[in-house]
Structures are given as C-alpha cells and as structure tokens.
Design a binder for this molecule. Structure first.
Ligand code: AMP
Length: 448
C-alpha cells in the first residue's frame, strides 16, 4: 500500500503573534508574519474546516489506493444513521456537524467494515471509532465486546472519557487499563465484567496473562495511534494480545502516518479494509499559525519569559527534548514568578495527572512537557505550543502542534531555533510543505 477541560480560558487573540504585542518584533530572516492570514497555509483540513473535501480512499485487493473525493458540506449527525440516544449525547456534547473523518468512517464502521483511518489527533478521530462501537454494543449482552489499544496512559483516559461522553445514555461499562497505577482496582473491574476495555498494551498483557480478562466474545478491536504504538516498541505486546482475539472481529486501525511497519500491521490484522484519509499525510492543522524564533541556545529561557508576558498566551504547552530540559525550564519560569507544571516520564502517574488537571483548570498556564505529551493530549483552549527545542523527528513537529488549533479553535505554534537546529527546521518545513515565517526579537536573536 502506498498510503500512509475546561472550556477555552479567555478570549483568543485574533491578530498578530502574541510576542508582537509586547516585544518589538522585527521579522528579518525570512518571510515576515504580516498577519495571521498571510501566513496561513492550508495543509490539512482540521476540524474547523468542514467544508473542505477530504480524501476517501478505498484499498483495492492489491493494496493500492483508489482515491475519490467525498463531499462534506452540510452533513448532519442524523444523516449517518445514528440512534436517538447517540444523537442526544452528541447534541449534549455541543457537536453540530460530523467532522470529515467522522462523516466517512462512521457509516463504514457501522456496516462492520474493517477500517484504516489516516488522521491525526484533533480531527475528531476518537469519536469516529467510539460512536459506531457504542451503536454496535447497544442493547447487546454484557460481555467484553470491544477493546481499544492506545500508546499512552493519557490517551487511554481520553478515549475512556469519550466513551463515557458519547455513551452517556447507553449504560455501557468502560474501563481504562494502564500502567503506573495499582493492579487491584483494574483486576476487580475486569473480573467484574465490562463492555469496553481501553488499554495500553503492556498492562493489558499482564492482565491477560493473569486471566483477569478474556476476549472470547470480543467483536471490535481498535488500534489507536498505531504508528506511535510501534514507535514505542509495542509490536510484541500487540501481537500477543491480538493472538488471543478470534479473527472474525471488526478491526479499526487509526494512525497519523503510514510507515511500512504500520502497513505491515494492517495487512496482518485487517480484512479488506476501507481506507479513510483526512488531509494529506504529515499535514499540519490549518488552524495553526507557525512562527520560528531564531535565538541562541543560552537565550531561549529569557525569550520564553518575554513571550509569556503577553496576556494572549493564556494556555501554553512548551515542549523540550529532554526530561532535564523540562525541569530546567519549569525552575526558570518559577524563578521568574510564572507558575508552570512539568510532564515527563520521570513523573509519577499521580504527578502527571495533577499537572494536567492544573493546566486544564487554568491553575497553571504553562505546561512543560517532553514528547510523552505530544499526542493524544486533548486539552481544549491551548492557545500556544512552543517548541523550546526543535523536535528531532520532523513528523513530531506535526503532532506537537496538533495540540493547539484543535476542534474549531486557532492556535499559534512557536519554535525556538538555535544555530545547530537550523537544518532540523528546514526538514520540518519540507515535511509540512510550507515555509515558516521567522520572527526576530531584538535582544534575543542572533544579532544581539
Ligand atoms: P480527537 O481528534 O478525537 O482527539 O478530537 C479532538 C477534539 O475534537 C476533541 O476535543 C473532541 O471533543 C472534539 N470533537 C470531536 N468531534 C467533534 C465534532 N463533530 N464537533 C466538534 N468537536 C468535535
């Protein structure tokens, strides 16, 4: 195959980059960011962009793609053949129209098809698989009939929350199963019998081996963010888990990218899948405005503080390359009187949950994270993502900035670029197929 909270806090700033309002911004390296619209380059349709025509592609028997355009204008959830309780749950969630991935994936999944969904977070992909699963399980026997595998604990919890939100009238029981917390409550819940298990692979395998859960009656398997699961080395666990599920199931695979490893996984576990693709591979959300700040390494922390003086930077997710880097940035911000939380693999699950809660509730406006938080974090109202370090993998840039500009809002993505990161930024620009405007802040740039 050749395929691949809290509500928003405060009003969003609509015009120039936040920094421009406080510090003198003199664009000088490349195309200046004259206005938001000037630098807005449509790459992939994001949730807000429901009128754009996404690609729907059907996998042929030899695995190649026959792509066709599908119209998305004016579709309602009621056009998708959903039950009254589901329509009511979606109305309660405040959703007016299905997103392109939902519009395409839901009817196919309702018909029982295996599906490859090429979509990143922020496109509404979680509901695209959650809605048809709930519809399928409604009124059926109380057995474990659906399993969703996710790469991270955070995503696991978010998928569980989606099930609860969209399944509010369904009476279905859902349990999240992930590591870093005690076994007992999970064991008790699993043994007590649940309809849907949402799990990270490692912990689920432990439970399977202990006989705490059986998948004899499993009907639907979802591999969510398959590329990330493989990146994280979960292939052996996934294989062992899927080996325990009978082949006459429905399998839905979602992935932001389709490297050969994911293709191989799809070939192994899916039967005649339909491929649903939203946007171009590696596309960055259109609602995001990108800017690069050229800045010597030793001045990055001072630049960050300077930018954070802007009130428009209401809810800011900062990415660093390393755990120590994240801790250093948090300490620096605290010294400067800016409350910040840290989120990385050395933090306990409790600390991570707390940091996320504080950030979501607005108690702290800055969350500093390593790539652990890169995907799956569903926090509405993030106004800015700052790449304190340029991500080493260009594709990670797309996922990082996918944290802002989610679901019909807009966001800014700033990248601090020191001298030895110039080549990495160029690679990012190639991957997202757009040049990112440079903003040079006197006092914090290379000229000073
Ligand atoms: P996801 O791509 O699944 O991570 O979803 C991103 C965000 O979009 C979540 O905050 C969802 O609550 C939101 N969302 C999903 N579907 C819709 C919809 N049809 N209309 C508005 N927001 C949605």
């Amino acid at each position: 195959m050749t395929i691949k909270k809290a509500p928003s806090r405060g009003a969003r700033k609509a015009a120039a980059p936040a920094a421009a309002s406080k510090v003198a911004v003199a664009p000088k390296v490349a195309a200046p960011a004259k206005s938001k619209s000037a630098s807005k380059v449509p790459v992939a349709p994001a949730i807000a962009d429901e009128t754009s025509a996404p690609m729907i592609a059907a996998a042929t028997s030899d695995g190649s793609l026959a792509a066709a355009e599908a119209a998305t204008v004016g579709t309602k959830f009621s056009d998708l053949g959903l039950s009254a309780p589901m329509l009511s749950a979606l109305a309660d969630a405040g959703y007016k129209h299905p997103t392109p991935i939902q519009e395409q994936a839901v009817p196919l999944a309702l018909r029982g098809r295996d599906l490859i969904g090429l979509a990143q977070t922020g496109t509404g992909k979680t509901a695209a698989f959650t809605i048809p699963i709930i519809e399928r399980l409604l009124g059926g026997p109380h057995r474990t009939r659906a399993l969703i595998l996710t790469p991270t604990r955070e995503l696991c919890v978010q998928v569980e929350e989606s099930f609860k939100k969209y399944g509010i009238h369904s009476g279905l029981e859902v349990i999240p199963v992930y590591g870093g917390v005690g076994y007992d409550p999970q064991t008790k819940a699993l043994r007590g019998g649940v309809d849907v298990v949402v799990a990270t692979p490692g912990r689920l395998l432990d439970h399977l081996e202990k006989g705490n859960v059986v998948f004899d009656e499993l009907e639907v398997l979802v591999l969510d963010e398959a590329d990330r699961m493989l990146d994280m080395g979960f292939a052996p666990q996934i294989n062992r888990i899927v080996a325990q599920i009978h082949p006459y199931r429905q399998t839905l695979l979602f992935s932001a990218t389709m490297p050969p490893e994911v293709e191989a996984l799809a070939r192994k576990y899916l039967r005649k899948p339909q491929v649903v693709q939203v946007g171009r591979r590696s596309g960055a959300a259109t609602t995001v405005q990108h800017y690069v700040y050229p800045c010597p390494k030793e001045k990055k922390s001072a630049l960050l503080t300077e930018l954070l003086k802007s009130k428009a930077m209401d809810s800011v997710l900062v990415f660093t390359r390393t755990k120590h880097g994240a801790d250093r940035v948090v300490k620096h911000l605290e010294r400067e009187g800016i409350k910040a939380g840290a989120m990385h693999a050395d933090k306990t699950q409790g600390q991570r949950t707390q940091a996320l809660e504080d950030f979501k509730s607005g108690k702290v406006r800055v969350l500093v994270a390593t790539d652990i938080a890169q995907r799956g974090l569903d926090i509405s109202g993030i106004t800015h993502v700052i790449n304190y370090d340029v991500p080493q993998q260009a594709e990670d840039y797309v996922h990082r900035i996918g944290r802002t500009g989610r679901a019909a809002s807009t966001g800014d993505a700033y990248t601090f670029m020191c001298a030895d990161e110039i080549a990495m930024v160029r690679t990012v620009e190639r991957v997202i197929a757009q040049q990112i405007p440079r903003i040079s802040v006197p006092g914090y740039d290379f000229g000073t």
